[in-house]
Design a protein around this ligand. Structure first.
Ligand code: CUA
Length: 391
């Protein structure tokens, strides 16, 4: 390359004008999506250019030169046919494999994660932390922690979308969908509803506020007095009389209904034939439509609780049932009893802590230095924070 050519290249690459081509990258997942997107874009540019150039070249080269010119007949070429079939196939397969692996990264939820319940309704997002804090249209999370969202809706389909995290998932009535992310930068990021859901769809948004872990703990402490989701579920469980049929302690005999201790995450044999995994969806179904998949050996005597408990309360009941017989629940006492001081939140059922990182609050990779200003404490926690400082 000539000297002037090299200089020209250097000059071209020097100006650091940042065009907001895509939203900020603020999760571990974002670079993967952007890399794939860049790849698609490059392929598109390459073929658009190639086709346009060939179009022009052929138009000139094979133009009709005399009024009575008759083109030579073409009998076809096997080599050409194979080439333009196999090369695009290979290119398409790279997109497929890359896309699929990126998809699995996004939608295979890790076992060990801080869990947040999300209930959408026209037109707001309601979040509940396992420690009991609730928020509307705002979600506070610590940076570098894996956060798992278990989501449902009280009315129509909505879709949770955080562009800076490159995550989006529909929220569907009567079903739980899950989504996870690990934020890599503190800050405030837009949260959208990405499914047209009625008049105020466009206003159904909010912010995910990513905080330093210490600031996040302060924020959590600000909601002191809030009972954990499991404790609220336990209260409901007593109030609604569930306890008269369902045992919840390890020594409990089977009552009129199955004992719930240690049930979450197991396989349950059902009337008719087969088994069902006891997960969030099965518990929800059993509360609303108890006879849909009746546990084997029990009478169909449980009434439906449809219209008696709302989606948030069902999630609290699930949190309670899940806490029964969980190793963490018994040993640390952190999940079932409210205000136990746990800030990491319980983990999802069925996972052995050794299979994944045991501390979901530890980042998977060292973060780049980005000391964003810490977010101001919420009303009500300033006192506690000051008291700490004085000590
Ligand atoms: Cu909710 Cu659009």
């Amino acid at each position: 390359m000539s000297l002037t050519g090299a200089m020209l290249l250097t000059q071209v690459s020097v100006p650091q004008v940042s065009v907001p081509f895509s939203p900020e990258q603020a999760s571990t997942f974002a670079p993967h999506v952007d890399a794939l997107y860049a790849y698609l874009l490059l392929i598109t540019i390459f073929f658009s250019t190639l086709i346009t150039l060939l179009l022009v070249v052929f138009a000139v080269k094979y133009r009709r030169r005399q009024p009575d010119e008759v083109p030579r007949p073409i009998s076809g070429s096997m080599v050409l046919e194979l080439t333009w079939t196999i090369v695009p196939l290979l290119i398409a397969m790279t997109i497929f494999v890359w896309g699929a692996s990126t998809y699995f990264k996004a939608y295979r939820v890790p076992h060990q994660a801080m869990e947040v319940y999300v209930v959408a309704k026209q037109w707001m997002w309601k979040f509940q932390h396992q420690t009991g804090q609730r928020e509307i249209n705002e979600l506070h999370v610590p940076v570098g922690a894996r956060v798992k969202l278990t989501m449902t809706t009280e009315d129509v389909i909505h879709s949770l979308y955080v562009p800076a995290f490159r995550i989006k998932q529909d929220v569907v009535p009567g079903r739980y969908t899950q989504l996870w992310f690990e934020a890599t930068k503190t800050g405030s990021y837009y949260l959208f509803c990405a499914e047209y859901c009625g008049t105020n769809h466009s206003g159904m948004g909010g912010h995910v506020i990513v905080m330093e872990p210490t600031a996040y703990e302060q924020w959590l402490a600000g909601g002191a007095g809030a009972e954990s989701a499991a404790a609220q579920g336990q209260k409901l469980f007593q109030e609604r009389g569930c306890a008269s049929c369902h045992q919840t302690d390890p020594a409990g005999q089977q009552g009129r209904g199955p004992t719930l201790y240690g049930l979450f995450g197991k396989q349950q044999a059902i009337e008719g034939d087969g088994t069902v995994a006891v997960d969030e969806s099965y518990i929800r179904e059993s509360i609303l439509d108890p006879q849909a998949k009746l546990a084997l050996g029990f009478q169909p005597i449980m009434p439906t609780f449809r219209n008696q408990v709302n989606e948030e309360q069902i999630l609290q009941l699930i949190a309670y049932i899940r806490s029964l017989g969980q190793p963490q629940g018994g040993e640390s006492g952190g999940t079932a009893q409210g205000g136990g001081g746990t800030t990491t939140g319980p983990t999802t059922g069925g996972a052995s802590p050794t299979t994944e990182r045991s501390n979901p609050l530890a980042p998977t990779s060292p973060r780049q230095g980005n000391p964003s200003p810490q977010l101001p404490p919420r009303v009500g926690q300033g006192g506690a924070a000051n008291a700490n400082r004085r000590q």
